[in-house]
Design a protein around this ligand. Structure first.
Ligand SMILES: Nc1ncnc2c1ncn2[C@@H]1O[C@H](COP(=O)(O)OP(=O)(O)OP(=O)(O)O)[C@@H](O)[C@H]1O
Length: 769
């Protein structure tokens, strides 16, 4: 006799087999359709080529050709679109074939109705009768699976809230048509499945978490109302995972109005961008756009080399009072006040040159600007000044047509140039040769004066960098900054300018001043802006982004405790600052406290380093205690490293040695390379595919590894509490094993006399000697 459970398992396997067969059949059909669509596209494109190349030279046929062309073009577009649809369909079926669904909910719409079983998967599947065999995880009803415990459950739909009775919730693990595991659960998504997922070895890329999204993560993913969504979550709480699932959700939810290229993610570096690049495709969606803040600033400060976050971290371990000031809300507010109060005399207008001589003087431009109504917004003042200058230029170009330089150019024109200049007019139009000459002179003058026009059009009559320097001279500096130090930074800024370089701390304020004054460079197309690791961004940078991406909804994701370049700051305080700096109508804060990445012993150890670490809830996954080796000498430290790496490699696929900076990483790598297939990771690297990698902490941000070895956590390397964020980030990169190596004395950030000592196994070789 089969037990009930066994019978149910058989029934589920039977359903899976039926669906697998159906999917196989569908894949076969769609593959043929894809092939046919490709052939059709080739045919239409070939025809398009032939049709568009004929008749083009015959003037009488032009009109006809244009209409034909339009028809041909829309035909090509339609066939391209058809091909895209079948290709997408194929991709969806192939995705479902691997694992058609992961959840089932049995619901009753009313107490008297019969229960209905709904299966939840990565995408929907509908049979020939129009019945849903699988519901997409993003469909409104699917939120019952993620949010509800058994009983009455309410979920949101476009038509308003709906209530159902949830009578069963089941989770599956299915691979290639085989049911590997199933559980009935009352929880959001039961721990058992999550245990298996989290216990697995790390992979080169972050995975999607669609089958095991937790309730609080679901709130992040499905939020559609907030203009400013702030997520503060402890290390390994699934912030990045939820962010990517959220993008997939938004693309589904707003599929007629939102495209992947209207979503922009600021990520810490290229390595991280690559690490997360598989999640959206694995959910059947296209990737959003990604950029680092330095790349973004650099594009906007055309011609300047902007310091990267990485470089800033490498060159200065802690922010100075000046860096903090330049990154603050007060600094941006001071720029705003400065601009409002700046008299036209203080605006740094520039002479406009032509043929090496001043064409419009600075004082002319200042006068034009000064004559404008005082209350006009900056942008309108700039537009009015430009229009005024362009009118002046038009008048002057008529005069300049009679200048000696214009005549000289005319006299030395080659036949070819002469005819080219005349090309746009009919020769017969001129009454006389003199009229033709007059016409040509004006054209020459206008052509030559194009550089003046361009200078006006591109605002080159105003010098943003010098204006910024003037602002730096005028701003009231805070008490903790000396005048001498401040003057030094101004000098430093000027010196860098000569080499076309700019410090990261100056990029946002300078751009803010420039774009606020000119009213330019606004981005209208981005609808959602995401910033991961937001704790590494200055408020001034966020304020600039807010000014530029006026129509975008902001999603700021971070962990104030993993701040590398700042002191650890309480989440609430950071939030308060964000709210003040980025005022919006609907803001929302979601905090994540459960740490999923690391085993429970690792999370407990890492949390014990923090002042309010008891707020962090470890996920219940067992593992060995982290280990600390305190060695008497650097030589011993190196020997220990080799032993630990060997031991880790026996149990783990990925071992990462994390150092304080690139220089130390390079030294450690030299030690390891003769023993292992070790790889040194640098700023521009994209791949992590090696047994042993060595990288500085900054590059390890956001990533995870089976085994982590923290290199030289000595007092020398991490002298005081400023290093807390770094050490905490390092420890929380480990999924299964964590070993910290150090010379004596150990950093005060790891105080072994407190509870920290009980969460770690200590091997103090130094004491013995
Ligand atoms: N609901 C979940 N189901 C399965 N795995 C999860 C879930 N949430 C998080 N994880 C796993 O936990 C790990 C950490 O997730 P993620 O990198 O998204 O966290 P994070 O908060 O961005 O971390 P950090 O700030 O420390 O870089 C990943 O391996 C992720 O797959």
């Amino acid at each position: 006799m089969l037990s009930n459970a066994k019978k149910e398992e058989q029934q589920e396997q039977h359903r899976i087999t039926t669906i697998s067969k159906l999917l196989k059949a569908k894949i076969k059909t769609v593959k043929l359709q894809v092939k046919a669509a490709a052939t059709e596209l080739q045919r239409v494109q070939k025809n398009y080529g032939i049709n568009t190349s004929v008749n083009y030279l015959e003037a009488d046929d032009r009109i006809e050709t244009k209409a034909d062309l339009q028809q041909q073009r829309s035909l090509v577009n339609k066939v391209v679109e058809d091909e895209k649809i079948v290709k997408n369909q194929l991709q969806t079926y192939q995705l479902l074939e691997k694992s058609p669904y992961f959840g089932r909910i049995d619901i009753k719409n009313s107490p008297t109705s019969l229960p209905e079983a709904l299966y939840i998967g990565t995408a929907s599947l509908i049979d020939d009768q129009g019945q849903f065999l699988i519901h997409d995880w993003r469909a409104p009803i699917a939120s019952v699976y993620y949010n509800g415990t058994l009983g009455t459950v309410t979920y949101q739909t476009p038509a308003g809230d709906q209530t159902v009775e949830l009578i069963k919730k089941r989770q599956f693990k299915i691979r290639n048509g085989r049911l590997l595991n199933m559980f009935d659960t009352n929880e959001t998504v039961g721990d058992e499945l999550l245990q298996t997922e989290l216990g697995a070895q790390s992979s080169e890329n972050l995975r999607n978490i669609v089958a095991t999204i937790q309730r609080e993560q679901n709130a992040i993913i499905r939020d559609t109302k907030s203009d400013l969504l702030v997520v503060q979550g402890v290390a390994g709480s699934g912030k990045t995972s939820a962010l990517l699932q959220r993008i997939a959700f938004l693309l589904y939810h707003s599929r007629t109005t939102l495209a992947a290229n209207q979503i922009l993610l600021f990520s810490p570096n290229r390595l991280f961008s690559n690490y997360i690049s598989e999640v959206l495709p694995s959910l059947g969606e296209k990737n959003m756009r990604q950029v680092t803040i330095a790349e973004f600033f650099q594009r906007r400060l055309n011609g300047f080399k902007v310091q990267t976050i990485f470089n800033r971290f490498e060159t200065a371990e802690h922010p100075t009072a000046i860096t903090t000031f330049k990154g603050s809300r007060e600094f941006i507010t001071a720029i705003e006040t400065y601009l409002q109060r700046c008299s036209s005399q203080n605006l740094v207008f520039l002479d406009i040159y032509f043929h090496g001589e001043v064409y419009f003087t600075r004082s002319t431009i200042t006068k034009i600007y000064a004559a404008l109504p005082i209350n006009l917004p900056f942008r309108e003042k700039i537009v009015a000044t430009k229009n005024h200058l362009i009118k002046k230029l038009q008048r002057r170009s008529r005069q300049d047509a009679h200048s000696s330089w214009a005549e000289e150019i005319l006299n030395t024109l080659s036949d070819e140039d002469y005819h080219e200049l005349l090309a746009e007019t009919e020769h017969e139009e001129f009454d006389s040769f003199a009229a033709e000459q007059e016409y040509l002179l004006l054209r020459i003058a206008r052509r030559e004066l194009r550089i003046v026009y361009d200078a006006i059009y591109n605002n080159r009559f105003w010098d943003a960098a010098s204006q910024y320097i003037d602002f730096l001279h005028h701003v009231t500096i805070p008490n903790n900054v000396t005048r001498l130090d401040w003057d030094k930074t101004i000098h430093d800024f000027q010196e860098r300018l000569e080499f076309h370089q700019i410090h990261l701390e100056d990029a946002a304020p300078l751009l803010y001043l420039r774009d606020r004054f000119l009213g330019s460079h606004r981005n209208q197309s981005i609808k959602y802006l995401f910033i991961d690791e937001v704790q590494d961004y200055a408020i001034a940078e966020l304020m600039y982004l807010k000014m530029i991406f006026q129509h975008a909804k902001f999603n700021l994701i971070g962990d104030s405790e993993q701040a590398l370049f700042r002191d650890v700051e309480p989440a609430k305080q950071l939030l308060q600052e964000l709210k003040q700096a980025l005022p919006v109508k609907h803001e929302r804060l979601i905090e994540l406290r459960r740490a999923y990445r690391s085993t429970s012993p690792i999370t407990k150890f890492a949390s014990s380093l923090l002042p309010d670490g008891d707020q962090i809830k470890p996920f219940n996954r067992s593992g060995t205690l982290p280990e600390i080796y305190i060695e008497p000498s650097y030589n011993d430290l190196e020997k220990r490293l080799i032993k630990v790496v060997s031991a880790d490699l026996n149990q783990s696929d990925s071992v990462a040695v994390i150092t304080k900076n690139q220089e130390q990483a390079a030294t450690v790598w030299q030690t390891l390379r003769s023993h292992f297939d070790a790889h040194l990771i640098s700023d521009d690297q994209r791949s992590l595919a090696h047994d042993v990698i060595v990288l500085p902490i900054y590059l390890a941000k956001g990533l995870e590894f089976d085994a982590v070895i923290g290199w030289d956590l000595s007092k020398k390397n991490y002298p005081d509490h400023h290093s807390l964020g770094i050490v905490y980030t390092m420890a929380t990169r480990a999924m299964h094993t964590l070993t910290l190596l150090t010379r004596a004395p150990i950093t005060p950030v790891i105080n072994l006399q407190t509870s920290t000592g009980s969460f770690v196994k200590i091997f103090n070789k130094h004491k013995k000697n």
